[in-house]
Write a protein that binds this ligand. Sequence first.
Ligand code: SAH
Ligand code: SF4
Length: 382
Amino acid sequence: MTVNLLEHDLESLAAFCERLGEKRFRAVQLFRWIHQRGCSRFEDMSDLAKSLREKLKGVAHVKAMDVISQHISADGTIKWLFDVGGGNAVETVFIPEDDRGTLCLSTQAGCAMGCRFCSTGHQGFSRNLTTGEIIAQLWFAEHFLRKHLKRDERVISNTVMMGMGEPLQNYSALIPALRMMLDDHGYGLSRRRVTVSTSGLVKKMDLLGVECPVALAVSLHAPNNALRDYLVPLNIKHPLEELMPACVNYLEHAPRDFITFEYCMLDAVNDSDAQAQELVQLVKKYRNSVSWCKFNLIPFNPFPASGLHRSKPERVQGFAKILSEAGITTTVRKTRGDDIDAACGQLAGDVVDRTRVTVRIARQRSSELNSSPLDVPSDAKI
Ligand code: SAH
Ligand code: SF4
């Protein structure tokens, strides 16, 4: 079995090269060929010694997961479904905006956290992705987009771990993948442009702050324990009295001077004026000023099994107004890629199936749509 070099951050690639009897700088060259240039064929890596290229051919390869389908939204959002084997699939979403290109990555197939309003949570947990499977989503998307947009420079400027899964529950695979995103020889993203989103694994939040302090988003969704216990069952284990201090602690390491709280707006569940006021009190309880956090209100993306409904736009505005008037920077997330189900919480909703039946159907559908899933139709607006 040959090794997939996407599994290695620079440190571990250097160790791998050493085992082949090669110097460290060879690993830097190899890493740059793979991640900066998207090259997967050793014979094309022209500044590597021929002997090394030959050696690599025998022991290593560079390969992303197979793409089951690719959907392009009218607003330019692109969603890829990757086959991670065993009947499991994960999704990755590219969201282009005027001043940036954001890639939303999955870190697990399924999720064990069981949040009420999340379709990934409703599917249950299949398995952790490996480091290589996490970074492969970025490697594939970046080089695919460069090729199809005919751009030499970077297309993806931001990454967010907001796809399927709880990133901090897959901590040991996540950290090397984050390092590859930050590495100047890799994707060279600044810490403020890499965001980990968590439902509140407090010990791992502390560790992340020390080991790899990227931007942090915390899925709050409720202003008190009673409601949060119901919406985010992890709260029973780590209630707000643990979560909020962990957020405040993270500020010491955070690349920006605030934490982002995500708050999914659910009709008549967590969207009243009284609950907005309770949130303001919650934020004030842990610091004198409210400027230590920002709120991102996410209109709920409904799916039938949830039994929940999206808050009315007027309600979202009313809720946002209370937070804003208390001095808290509050944004309402634009829904993107609605026509291709690329929105939060809808990822891989209908594909994960251990019988592989749905995977096969999806594959069939994608081959009907495009002769190759990698051919972007020429009229597609990216
Ligand atoms: N597991 C991590 C990251 C993945 S979920 C976390 O929970 O933070 C990314 C974001 O999407 C989280 O804030 C999550 O609460 C939100 N989300 C999940 N399902 C949603 C849905 N149906 N509608 C809107 N947001 C949703
Ligand atoms: Fe898991 Fe996040 Fe979904 Fe909760 S919201 S079930 S933590 S992916």
